[in-house]
Unconditional design. Structure first.
Length: 171
């Protein structure tokens, strides 16, 4: 095996940065990078009206963005989808974690005024976006839970970037 394609930024980080210590040297590609390449090479053509007039905000996964400096690929992919893009007030290197990192999604909330996933969902809601786009299965769970918690299921949806591409593809 020489190449690994993953949709999980945590796996991306582990294979890319940690497996080398155990003689695991691979070309590691996050699915947003893979989609970016396919779109750039004209192997995937996007268009259609499904998201025209919709506002999409992108939630930067910690291990894709801050952990590995990948901010361009997901935004290039989203830019290829006919829609309006809006950034949350904290984005790219300043993005707020979804709250799942470090195993937080598997344990009870710690003391504090507000859970992280609620604060991050509120930031997405403040943009006026119709869609939160994620590129991490853990972020997907947290943002979906946040939308439900805030009773916004009718006004706001959460999609993985691959779902948006799939629904925007021209056949």
């Amino acid at each position: 095996m020489k190449k690994i394609l993953t949709c999980d930024p945590h796996d991306y980080n582990t294979f890319l940065n940690e497996y080398g210590e155990f003689d695991g040297h691979y070309e590691v590609i996050h699915h947003s990078q893979f989609l970016q390449k396919l779109i750039k090479e004209d192997k995937v053509k996007l268009g259609g009206d499904e998201f025209k007039g919709k506002k999409i905000t992108f939630h930067d996964p910690c291990y894709l963005g801050r952990g590995n400096g990948e901010y361009k690929a997901p935004r290039d992919v989203l830019d290829a989808i006919p829609s309006e893009k809006v950034e949350m007030k904290r984005h790219k290197s300043f993005a707020l974690c979804c709250g799942a990192g470090g195993g937080q999604m598997f344990k009870e909330a710690e003391k504090g005024d507000k859970e992280v996933f609620i604060e991050r969902t509120e930031e997405a809601i403040e943009t006026g976006a119709d869609i939160i786009c994620t590129a991490c299965p853990f972020c997907m769970v947290m943002m979906t839970d946040g939308i439900k918690y805030k009773n916004k299921e009718e006004e706001m949806k959460n999609y993985d970037i691959a779902e948006l591409v799939s629904r925007s593809m021209q056949i």
